[in-house]
Design a protein around this ligand. Structure first.
Ligand code: SF4
Ligand code: SF4
Length: 401
C-alpha cells in the first residue's frame, strides 16, 4: 500500500533526523556503517521496502518521505534484534522504528486493525476492547480469595500487575490462575489492582502511540501511589519492560520483576512442592522483552529444569538470537496486515523450530504467546504433536502431585 500525502516539506528529513537526535542515544544514528546487519537479522527484513539500514540510507539521502508513504514500517514488530546486533549500537527499535511509526500515525498511514486496538485502549483501558469491569473475573472461585486492593486496601508484599491478555484472554486465564496458585502455595502476600488496572501501554508506545502510552502510564502510576507494597511483579514481559525502563522517565519509579525472576528467587522453596513428573522434552521460547531487551535468560530455564521429568532442549534461535513470536510492538494487532504482506507468520516458524528439535512442549513466559503458538500449530504439519504451556502452568501442574 502506498498512500498519497499532501507534499511534505522539503526539510522533512532534516526535521525528522533532529527529532531522532533528541531521543536517548538517537545521535548514534550518524555512526551507521550501512553494513546491513540490522536488515539481515530482521525477521521481516526480506519483505520490507525499507528495512532499517535502508531507512537510514533514505534519511541520509533526504528522501524519508518515501518511507512514510510506504507501509513496510508496519512489518516491524519491535523485536529489537536489529538494535541488539548493530555494531554501532544504534537504538534502531526504540528510536528510529518507533519514531517512524509515530510519523506514520500522524500521516494517517495506519492499518485499521491497529487503529482499533489504539481506540480500545483509549476507550476501555485495554487493547482487546473488553469491559474494564471484567478485568478481575479470572479470580472467580480461587481459594483463598485473591486480594483486590481497591476492596481490601491492605498493605501487601507484592503488587501483581496482571496485564491485559493475562486478565482477559480465555487461553491465558488458566495460566493466570496457575500463577495465583503458586503464589498462594509459597505463602506470598500479594494483591492485584483488579478493575482499576490499565494497560501497561508498552506495545502501544512501540507502535507509535506515545501519547496513549503516557496516558495509561500516568493512570497506573496514580494507582501505584494509592497502595502499600514492596515491589511489583508482572505476568507480561512488556509490562515488566514498561515499568522498569519507561515509567521512571515519567516519574513513576518502583522496583519491578517478571514473575519468573520472582519464582526463581524462591526456587528452593518451590522444588519440594513440585512432586508430579512431567516427562517431556521442553523447548523454551525466549520472549523478546524478557530475554533480548532485559537479559532474563537463565531464570525461566532454571524453573523448567527444576520440574521433575522435564528435559530442556534449545531452539535454534535462542537467548539473544531468539525469534520473535510476531506479537510485540503492535504485532498482536497487525496479524491480518502482515499475513497479507508475507503470507507467513513468525509464530509458525517458531512452531516448526520446536518440532525440529522433537520438543513435546513449547514453554513460554509471555501472555501473547500461548494463543499465538497454539493457533500457529494448527497450520503446521505435525503441529498437533506440540503442546504450548506457560511456565506457570507447568509448575502448577507439577504441584498437583
Ligand atoms: S546494523 Fe547498525 S551500522 Fe549496520 S546498517 Fe544497520 S544501523 Fe547501520
Ligand atoms: S525491531 Fe525487529 S522487526 Fe523491527 S526492524 Fe528491528 S529487527 Fe526488524
Amino acid at each position: 500500500m502506498e498512500i498519497t500525502l499532501s507534499p511534505l516539506s522539503p526539510s522533512f528529513s532534516k526535521t525528522f533526523i533532529t527529532s531522532l537526535y533528541e531521543l536517548k542515544d538517537g545521535e548514534r544514528i550518524r555512526t551507521c556503517l550501512q553494513c546491513g546487519t540490522c536488515s539481515g537479522v530482521c525477521p521481516f527484513g526480506y519483505i520490507m521496502k525499507f528495512p532499517p539500514g535502508k531507512m537510514i540510507g533514505a534519511l541520509r539521502a533526504e528522501i524519508f518521505d518515501q518511507v512514510i508513504k510506504a507501509d513496510s514500517v508496519w512489518m516491524c514488530i519491535s523485536c529489537n534484534a536489529c538494535a541488539a546486533f548493530c555494531p554501532s549500537n544504534i537504538p534502531i527499535t526504540s528510536a528510529l522504528m518507533t519514531r517512524a511509526k509515530e510519523e506514520m500515525l500522524l500521516a494517517g498511514n495506519i492499518p485499521s486493525e491497529l487503529q482499533a486496538a489504539m481506540e480500545n485502549t483509549q476507550r476501555y483501558g485495554n487493547p482487546l476492547g473488553e469491559s474494564p469491569r471484567k478485568r478481575a473475573d479470572w479470580t472467580a472461585g480461587i481459594q483463598p480469595e485473591v486480594n483486590i486492593l481497591s476492596k481490601t486496601r491492605q498493605p501487601v508484599e507484592v503488587l501483581w500487575f496482571v496485564g491485559d491478555y493475562a486478565s482477559f484472554h480465555s487461553r491465558m486465564q488458566p495460566a493466570t490462575k496457575a500463577l495465583a496458585k503458586i503464589l498462594n502455595a509459597l505463602g506470598v502476600k500479594f494483591g492485584i489492582l483488579g478493575t482499576e488496572e490499565f494497560s501497561d501501554g508498552d506495545s502501544q508506545r512501540l507502535a507509535g502511540e506515545r501519547g496513549l502510552f503516557e496516558m495509561v502510564a500516568h493512570k497506573n502510576g496514580q494507582l501505584f501511589k494509592k497502595y502499600k507494597f514492596n515491589e511489583i511483579i508482572t505476568t507480561d514481559p512488556h509490562a515488566f519492560n514498561a515499568i522498569k525502563n519507561e515509567y521512571p522517565a515519567l516519574g513513576i519509579k518502583y522496583p519491578v520483576r517478571h514473575y519468573t525472576q520472582f519464582l526463581f528467587e524462591r526456587l528452593e522453596q518451590l522444588k519440594p512442592l513440585m512432586k508430579k513428573e512431567i516427562k517431556a522434552r521442553v523447548a523454551y521460547h525466549d520472549p523478546c522483552y524478557l530475554g533480548r531487551v532485559n537479559g532474563v535468560f537463565d531464570e525461566p530455564r532454571a524453573l523448567l529444569t527444576a520440574i521433575p521429568g522435564v528435559e530442556l532442549v534449545e531452539l535454534s534461535h535462542q537467548r539473544m538470537n531468539s525469534l520473535c513470536c510476531g506479537g510485540g510492538g503492535g504485532g498482536m494487532w497487525l496479524d491480518g496486515f502482515q499475513w497479507e504482506k508475507a503470507h507467513t507468520r513468525l509464530s509458525e516458524w517458531r512452531v516448526r523450530e520446536a518440532l525440529t528439535v522433537n520438543a513435546d512442549i513449547l514453554a513460554v513466559a509471555c501472555p501473547y504467546e500461548p494463543p499465538r503458538f497454539e493457533d500457529a500449530a494448527k497450520n503446521v504439519d505435525a503441529g498437533g504433536q506440540l503442546k504450548v504451556r506457560e511456565i506457570a502452568e507447568l509448575i502448577a501442574e507439577s504441584m498437583e502431585g
